[in-house]
Design a protein around this ligand. Structure first.
Ligand SMILES: NC(=O)c1ccc[n+]([C@@H]2O[C@H](COP(=O)([O-])OP(=O)(O)OC[C@H]3O[C@@H](n4cnc5c(N)ncnc54)[C@H](O)[C@@H]3O)[C@@H](O)[C@H]2O)c1
Length: 344
């Protein structure tokens, strides 16, 4: 039996594919490579020593899904494949609804038809919007600020409804802020363009690809005036998917879990940590707040701990050291860094 991983060549999907392999699972990756390099597949194969099965195609196309389910004995699905830029979703909301919800509907239909037992869905802290109380629990009010966040909340609803009417169990994982890379430095997130996430931007300053960091907002009511987020190592997130596939969730038909560390870090604290890891000061300037950015957001992960037996284990220092290992200038040219556009 195998786990189908849609978007398995992407940032979180590639790490999860490795974690699933390490947990003894067979994996079939389905990816259209719209936001991943094919070299990632070579890197996964070399990390796992396996002949990973990869299907190239659109996870929203029933004509692609049907032969995959017919050919491989799929008993579970992890659905990462999606467009993920908040700003792009504001400019192209219909494109985001079509892509992100079309794939959820097509996949849910295939899963129900084939009697697949479990689907794990990549959701996001973006479903909570800017007004949540802290720490954010799974019962905090949802109020997505962008079409992207809305597609995640709607995707959860579609899967929960499909699960309630069938034998499948749907597990929604709301990620907070994934950071870091596999310690080998062979896979990770190293955007070639303009990243919107903090750590890739800081790393671009650290490696000389950017002059200074723009810190969006210096007048929030936080300890130092800058925004607070919950950063979680991508390897911890990857392991959260293994836990979500393996946990006994009966009699629930669907369940939602926050995946974070439960700790908040300000932008200035993050700058100091990166300086420490990299060994150079990081130049920055304070810029106006970005619309829709909450002052502070960190997760209560008690439910994931109690029900999935999962908690983040890696420290902020490890996240940054692994991220730096991936993005630091290498003496020899490396072809291991996939291109990634801005993410959420
Ligand atoms: N990275 C984050 O900060 C973050 C935070 C919260 C939630 N998420 C969610 O986690 C998931 C994975 O995020 P990521 O950072 O790894 O993104 P990513 O862009 O690196 O990975 C997505 C992968 O899916 C593939 N893909 C996209 N559309 C596809 C389609 N229709 N059919 C087949 N393959 C397709 C891309 O080529 C890519 O390999 C996404 O659903 C994203 O919304 C990400």
């Amino acid at each position: 039996m195998a786990t189908l991983v849609t978007g398995g060549a992407g940032y979180i999907g590639s790490h999860t594919t490795v974690a699933l392999h390490d947990a003894g699972r067979e994996v079939v990756v389905l990816d259209d490579f719209s936001n991943a390099s094919r070299r990632v597949i070579d890197a996964i194969r070399s990390l796992t020593g396996s002949d990973l099965v990869v299907v190239e195609g659109d996870a929203g196309d029933p004509g692609v899904l049907e032969p995959v389910f017919a050919r491989y004995r799929i008993d579970s699905v992890v659905h990462f494949a999606a467009r993920k830029s908040v700003s792009e979703s504001v400019a192209d909301p219909l494109g985001y609804y079509r892509a992100n919800l079309g794939s959820v509907i097509a996949l849910a239909a295939a899963v129900v038809d084939r009697g697949v037992g479990r689907v794990v869905f990549s959701s996001s802290a973006a479903v909570y919007g800017a007004t949540s109380t802290l720490p954010v629990t799974e019962d905090s009010p949802t109020a997505p600020e962008s079409p992207y966040g809305a597609t995640k909340l709607m995707g959860e609803r579609i899967l929960a409804d499909a699960a309630a009417a069938s034998q499948m169990t749907a597990v929604m994982l709301r990620y907070f802020n994934p950071v870091g890379a596999h310690p080998s430095g062979l896979i990770g997130e190293d955007p070639s363009g303009e990243p919107s996430n903090l750590v890739p931007r800081i790393m671009q300053v650290a490696s000389g690809r950017r002059d200074r960091l723009e810190v969006f907002g210096g007048d929030y009511s936080t300890v130092d005036g800058t925004a607070v987020r919950d950063y979680v190592h991508v390897m911890d997130l990857a392991e959260g998917h293994v836990s979500a596939l393996e946990a006994d969730l009966t009699p629930e038909s669907s369940r939602i879990y926050n995946l974070g560390t439960g700790a908040g870090t300000t932008v200035l604290q993050m700058l100091a940590e990166v300086s420490d890891v990299v060994g150079v000061p990081i130049a920055y300037e304070v810029a106006p707040r970005r619309p829709g950015d909450p002052a502070a957001s960190w997760a209560d992960c008690t439910r994931a701990h109690h029900e999935l037996g999962w908690q983040a284990r890696r420290s902020l220092k490890e996240m940054l050291a692994d991220h730096w290992n991936l993005t630091r200038p290498h003496p020899e040219p490396t072809d291991s860094s996939p291109p990634h556009p801005p993410s959420t």
